[in-house]
Ligand binder design. Structure first.
Ligand SMILES: C[S@@+](CC[C@H](N)C(=O)[O-])C[C@H]1O[C@@H](n2cnc3c(N)ncnc32)[C@H](O)[C@@H]1O
Length: 272
């Protein structure tokens, strides 16, 4: 199996960077937060829950306030510090999704919202998730739909493709959008010992104050977007940003704001 070392390094560096971690919390997560009501609706009552890749603790806090006993886990001290500031009463633990510090059968549910696509060894992470779940426990995950469905990712990828320097390449990684594809998701999860029970699309979006904000969110609020843009020569970086702003004006105009849709996919799977 590929080890995706370059990708692992990019993700580790990105989530420990001040600009990217704060940018995710203040800009990107406006859209991620919109998945929370559907996640909560998928959890039973009074459960012991692990919120894996908990980041700034947005989902952890919501799960706790819905009456569950929840632990948030993330490998980034920067993101965990955002989580502790946001929700001081929460239980947060530093842990890598590929090597979880919990006993077998500790949780009724594991939630991983917009996290798994950042993990290099996904089979290992899924095997850890299954291990820490009680028998027949449930796994709830979200991921971003790809450019076949997502207007925001269509705009971003097409502008990078058209105006980027072809020598700037992302390190090899698992397909970032594969869990939004029903067939791929069901096959990967089934290999890991899960049955997909439901998969639904959630209408997440950003309301942008300016057409320039969309490229800024990718550059300063996401490790991969940040890498793809910051590695560009200055003229390519400027050309990509100008093209993204132009497409936002064309496609996402909405009064004096710009409404940028990035649908997400929510999967509820059960350990078989
Ligand atoms: C996109 S953020 C999602 C944060 C939050 N769950 C949300 O819904 O907004 C992804 C999070 O996954 C964490 N992460 C990435 N790779 C990880 C790994 N191997 N183990 C644990 N956490 C990881 C990052 O530090 C980051 O906080």
């Amino acid at each position: 199996m590929a080890t995706y070392e370059g990708f692992a390094e990019l993700e580790t560096k990105g989530w420990s960077d001040d600009t990217i971690s704060s940018g995710y919390v203040t800009m990107f997560s406006e859209a991620s937060d919109m998945a929370i009501p559907s996640i909560l609706a998928s959890i039973g009552s009074n459960e012991r829950v692990l919120d894996l890749c908990c980041g700034q603790g947005n989902v952890t806090e919501a799960i706790a306030k819905a009456g569950h006993l929840v632990t948030g886990a993330d490998f980034s001290t920067k993101m965990l510090s955002h989580a502790r500031d946001r929700f001081p009463a929460g239980e947060f633990i530093e842990a890598d999704a590929q090597d979880l510090p919990f006993d077998d059968g500790s949780f009724e549910s594991v939630v991983c919202s917009f996290g798994l696509m950042h993990v290099p060894d996904q089979p290992k992470a899924l095997s850890e998730i299954r291990r820490v779940l009680k028998p027949h426990g449930q796994f709830i995950m979200t991921s971003w739909c790809g450019p076949d469905v997502s207007p925001v990712f269509q705009v971003f990828y097409s502008c990078v493709q058209e105006h980027g320097d072809p020598s700037v390449k992302m390190p090899d990684s698992p397909n970032f959008h594969q869990f939004a594809n029903q067939e791929a998701a069901s096959s990967i999860l089934s290999d890991a010992g899960f049955n997909v029970e439901t998969q639904q699309q959630i209408d997440c979006f950003w309301v942008l104050d300016s057409p320039e904000t969309l490229a800024e969110i990718f550059q300063n609020g996401a490790p991969r977007g940040g890498y793809l843009l910051s590695q560009q020569p200055t003229e390519n970086n400027s050309a990509i940003k100008a093209a993204v702003a132009e497409k936002v004006r064309e496609r996402f105009g909405h009064g004096d704001k710009w409404h940028a849709p990035l649908p997400a996919s929510l999967i509820v799977a059960r350990a078989s």
